[in-house]
Design a protein around this ligand. Structure first.
Ligand code: MN
Ligand code: FE
Length: 336
């Protein structure tokens, strides 16, 4: 099989040429979750947002912080997919999956537009949160720098340092942004929904979450494949460095949670996000088969109720699923 990064991007590299069926399987999974943010009923949200009886000031603040971070995060994820990652991933199947993901990220951007219209907020003001809210700014600045690192003229993917920089990028976007930051936001939104508040927003989040689960599955697959194909890049120091980045991201998210939930509402408080980021972070790095000493100690899931909504089980046991996926993909060859 061709390696992930060693082909030519400017040639015929269609999905059907892919030697590994897994990206195509994810492409089909994404297609099975086809949805449209403009079709989700926002009427109850509109009534609740307008009424002064339903939402507290703290809940309004939370919703604005959520929209503020998601509008920046979804935009940065998509930008990175459009301008950085496809410069270096040459595998045809992966490139086609990325095209699907770019479409889905654009839907998630659409969710922000739909919500702003429903709540009578100005998109520009909401999306400026990345400039005006320090805890959002901190997360965004780091991600922006990771994208621009790949755009430098002297960037060279053929070197070990270049591959490590590329892996830092994938890890930051797939594991940290989509795999940690977004999940923390999903938990906050779902906590509103549990109290029958902003159910339109929650439905948007539910569909988004299903897309994001597949994106993380893809990112995990790519990172695992890079470990197999380029083992020389993955030194013990490099694993430690990546885990360090994850720890810093965890701290940034906890600061953001304190900011979004200053008084503790909806059965949530910022302290729970210390546990949640540790819990979900451990899950991510164990799916990536990081050395077992690189784990957050003593973590538990503070939101057991989320697993029903979020299908956390499906995110575990990556390799078990991976093998099953191969079998399914084998069976699907008949359809072609
Ligand atoms: Mn997204
Ligand atoms: Fe995504």
């Amino acid at each position: 099989m061709n390696k992930l990064l060693d082909g030519d991007i400017a040639t015929v590299n269609q999905l059907i040429d892919a030697e590994d069926p897994f990206p195509y399987l994810l492409w089909k999974k994404g297609k099975n979750n086809n949805w449209d943010p403009t079709n989700i009923n926002m009427e109850q949200d509109i009534k609740q947002w307008k009424s002064d009886q339903i939402l507290s000031d703290d809940e309004r603040l939370l919703i604005q912080r959520l929209l503020g971070f998601f509008s920046a995060g979804e935009s940065l994820v998509n930008n990175n997919l459009m301008i950085a990652i496809p410069l270096y991933i040459t595998d045809g199947g992966c490139r086609q999956y990325i095209a699907r993901q770019i479409f889905e990220e654009s839907l998630h951007n659409g969710t922000m537009a739909v919500c702003c219209a429903a709540y009578g907020l100005k998109v520009k003001e909401v999306s400026n949160a990345y400039k005006n809210i320090p805890t959002i700014k901190a997360k965004v600045e780091y991600m922006t720098s990771v994208t621009s690192n790949l755009m430098r003229k002297d960037f060279d993917i053929t070197t070990i340092e270049g591959k490590q920089e590329f892996i830092r990028n994938l890890f930051t976007f797939y594991i940290i942004c989509e795999g940690m930051y977004f999940y923390s936001g999903f938990a906050m939104a779902m906590a509103l929904g549990r109290q029958n508040k902003m159910t339109g927003l929650c439905d948007q989040v539910r569909y988004t979450l299903r897309d994001e689960s597949i994106h993380i599955e893809f990112g995990t697959y790519v990172l695992n494949r890079l470990q197999r194909e380029y083992p020389e890049v993955w030194t013990p120091d490099f694993y430690r460095e990546l885990f360090g980045i994850l720890s810093q991201a965890k701290d940034l998210e906890i600061a953001y949670a304190k900011d979004a939930l200053p008084n503790g509402i909806l059965g949530l408080n910022a302290g729970m996000f210390i546990d949640y980021m540790g819990f979900i972070g451990n899950r991510r790095v164990s799916d990536l088969q990081f050395p077992s000493e690189l784990r957050f100690p003593n973590v538990k899931n503070p939101f057991p109720w989320l697993s029903e909504t979020m299908d956390m089980q499906a995110m575990g046991a990556f390799f078990e699923r991976h093998e099953r996926s191969y079998q399914q993909a084998g069976a699907l060859e008949d359809d072609l």
